[in-house]
Design a protein around this ligand. Structure first.
Ligand code: ZN
Length: 72
């Protein structure tokens, strides 16, 4: 049994929740979303927005996340 806890998660494997594609382009960085919930306005922290190049699905990630978006 060599299953050790994942202590070295450095990069997330990007996968579109819709089509499972791992190809995405950055649609926006440091994007803050505002909205309303139960009569309260809110503003999210800065997010990175990725757009799936296959189906166009938008994914939002905390800026602390790192991705493998190298063009190879
Ligand atoms: Zn997709």
């Amino acid at each position: 049994m060599s299953d050790t806890p994942d202590e070295k998660i450095e990069q997330k494997q990007l996968a579109c929740p819709v089509c499972q594609s791992n190809k995405a382009e950055i649609a926006g960085e440091n994007v803050k979303l505002s909205g309303r919930f139960e009569d309260k306005d809110f503003l999210t922290t800065a997010l990175t927005v990725l757009k799936c190049m296959k189906c166009g699905y938008y994914m939002f990630f905390d800026n602390t996340a790192k991705f493998t978006t190298k063009d190879q």
